[in-house]
Design a protein around this ligand. Structure first.
Ligand SMILES: O=C(O)c1cccc(C(=O)CC[C@H]2O[C@@H](n3cnc4c(=O)[nH]cnc43)[C@H](O)[C@@H]2O)c1
Length: 225
């Protein structure tokens, strides 16, 4: 008789938050029959994401929370078609403007605009993604309530946050709700466009959804399932 070896997962119940339905569908296609994952809609922007993640976290017990979807990549850090896994999730517009420039809530002493991520999982996912053709990088992902639409804002963000790899609009909200409950977090973004002057017609949404699907087909293996 075949012997079945059971490997207990450190993360038996995982909550995945996506902004919109298309992203949710891509993640669900990737996960396939994998057990232990709930994929919920966060809505667009950090406030909606925080509120809806907090609601989901009061309704059930989870061991890991992931913000996932498409995102903008910073030139020379993350190309369209690539995947970025966060090593830090940063609310890039949470602070004040001063005559000397932007000052974050950290500098003002009002909490932190940065949420640390689970340190081992990004590298494990990166390693397993080597079996695919998806270029993958690990770096800071910023959350903004207003998506960047000019070269000036893009340059300012790159200067202020060294190595910033991607931007999206929900990560910090999802991460903060999880962090308040002591839960580990991740953010995974499939790059649909380059951050800078807004050129919506150039966004490669279909390709980014395919990248997202592939990443989530690998994730159960990363979490030992
Ligand atoms: O038009 C569509 O078919 C479509 C399908 C799925 C998603 C969208 C979105 O526009 C989602 C917005 C969502 O995407 C993130 N995102 C993507 N690129 C950026 C960016 O350059 N800067 C900030 N956010 C970006 C973001 O998280 C939004 O929630 C459309």
């Amino acid at each position: 008789m075949k012997e079945h070896i059971r490997i207990d997962s450190t993360y038996p119940h995982v909550l995945i938050m996506t902004a919109v339905q298309g992203e949710q569908d891509a993640v669900l296609r990737g996960l396939g029959e994998a057990k232990g994952f709930d994929v919920r809609l966060a809505g667009v922007g950090p406030a909606s994401a925080a509120a809806r993640t907090a609601t989901a976290l009061t309704a059930a017990k989870y061991d890991l929370v992931i913000s996932a979807g498409i995102g903008g990549g910073f030139r020379e850090q993350a190309d369209v078609g690539s995947l970025v896994i966060a090593n830090e999730i940063i609310a890039a517009d949470l602070g004040v403007e001063t005559a000397e420039g932007f000052a974050s809530v950290d500098e003002l002493g009002f909490g932190s605009a940065r949420v640390p991520v689970e340190p081992h999982l990004p590298l494990k996912l990166l390693q397993l993604l080597k079996s695919t053709s998806i270029p993958t990088s690990i770096g800071p992902i910023v959350t903004l309530s207003t998506a960047t639409g000019t070269a000036n804002t893009c340059a300012e963000l790159s200067k202020r946050i060294p190595g910033v790899a991607a931007e999206a609009m929900e990560g910090y909200g999802v991460a903060l709700a999880a962090h308040h409950l002591g839960l580990p977090v991740m953010e995974i973004r499939a790059i649909s466009n380059i951050v800078g002057p807004r050129q919506r017609e150039l966004w490669k949404i279909k390709e980014a959804m395919q990248t997202l699907e592939t990443a989530f087909s690998i994730l159960p293996e990363v979490l030992h399932r």
